[in-house]
Design a protein around this ligand. Sequence first.
Ligand SMILES: Nc1ncnc2c1ncn2[C@@H]1O[C@H](COP(=O)(O)OP(=O)(O)OP(=O)(O)O)[C@@H](O)[C@H]1O
Length: 451
Amino acid sequence: MTDTKPVLLIVEDDPGLQSQLRWHFDKYDVVVAPDRNSAIAAIRMHEPAVVLQDLGLPPDEEGVEEGFATIQETMRIAPNTKIIVVTGYHDYSNALRAVAMGAYDFYQKPVNTDTLDLIVQRAYQMWSLENENRRLHENKQNPLPGVIASDDRMSSVCRIIEKIAPTDVTSLILGESGTGKEVIARAIHGLSKRSDRRFVAINCAAVPENLMESELFGYEKGAFTGASKRTLGKVEVASGGTLFLDEIGDMPLALQAKLLRFLQERVVERLGGREEIPVDVRVVCATNKNLEQMAAEGTFREDLYYRISEMVIDLPPLRERGGDKALIARHLLQKFCEQLNKNIKGFTPEAMSAIEGYEWPGNIREMENKLKRAVIMCDQRNVGITDLGLPQHDDLSLNLRSVRQEAEKAAIIRAINMSDGNISAAAKLLGVTRPTLYDLIKKYSIHIQEN
Ligand SMILES: Nc1ncnc2c1ncn2[C@@H]1O[C@H](COP(=O)(O)OP(=O)(O)OP(=O)(O)O)[C@@H](O)[C@H]1O
């Protein structure tokens, strides 16, 4: 009978409260832990969905640090656990600090079991909903190989990739440097029926203009001085697979015409050759340039632009990817710890707050560099702010006003992006009037690119 009851872990050192709570929560399989070590052992053993946790634990019964350390460790080993923190009367700052650290909710003493009951029930409901959601997500297969993402915009990018991968549609991936354009191109290839053939990448900005044609289309022996043998171009090498044209915005105009011809006719002519060789290849392009604007200015062929943009995939910069900063940072920390054989548990709250607050102009590549450095430098259990070399960010838990302002600013930026810069549409999405939105845009100095 008992094993059908959900487990409730109570982390509490006061024997009186322990038995009061144990008696009250008789519809749960109550496990009691009086200190951090037994709490963590119980989490590992019972994997409870909900934990009711006191902050004042031995040997720091009068303080809160032992309680926070327990929360941090719980979040690290079982991040889906719903922790309800029990704090002293009026102890808002520690309650908020706990929530900022990942606790689900807080409850202030003195204990009123009926209220606590409701909070615990709600936590179980939330956990089951999230659990179901995770299960559905997992059933839909893991998003994309090599792509760590939970942000809504990235999730819809992943859904688009899943849909287009099995087709041969030519795609154009747009995004700032370091946002993962090549990762996405590889994912398209990996999910396609061409995955057992080659993925060939060429960086159009890195190949000198005079070598670009032979690099792409190859040459016959004797085509030019030094052409001592027939050499296949990248297009032919990619035959049957995927050709990734990175930095397509940097392709010289003369070659753009040749690429367009290839895309239309699907044949290549090697330099110095007379034969037209049919090649079956899927083309994926990427750039951080504004090709539409370049086409209007005449520096990129408009017909080529339309030909390669059958499907446009817009990768948001890391600073606009909601919770992805923390998620990717944790993933990279684990990756570099394995690579560098270091044993680091996680991040200090200050370091995590700095990661969340930083704009990451170099996107995920910059995060990789900073985290690699941090893993090398760190000689503590957690990566600290100085290991990362990031500016200190206001601690979330200490300043609720700034938390609200940041959230408001982020929501406005998101709504404006979702409405393609149309202020009336963004105002509607946000449920405010147009003048109010203009006031907020001014208040937060938000830069708008109106279409
Ligand atoms: N979602 C992600 N999760 C984890 N790692 C990622 C993700 N996106 C990108 N990366 C990593 O970030 C680095 C940069 O990615 P990538 O080279 O694909 O970016 P890019 O947009 O093509 O950059 P550039 O425009 O400079 O060529 C790579 O090492 C890649 O593995």
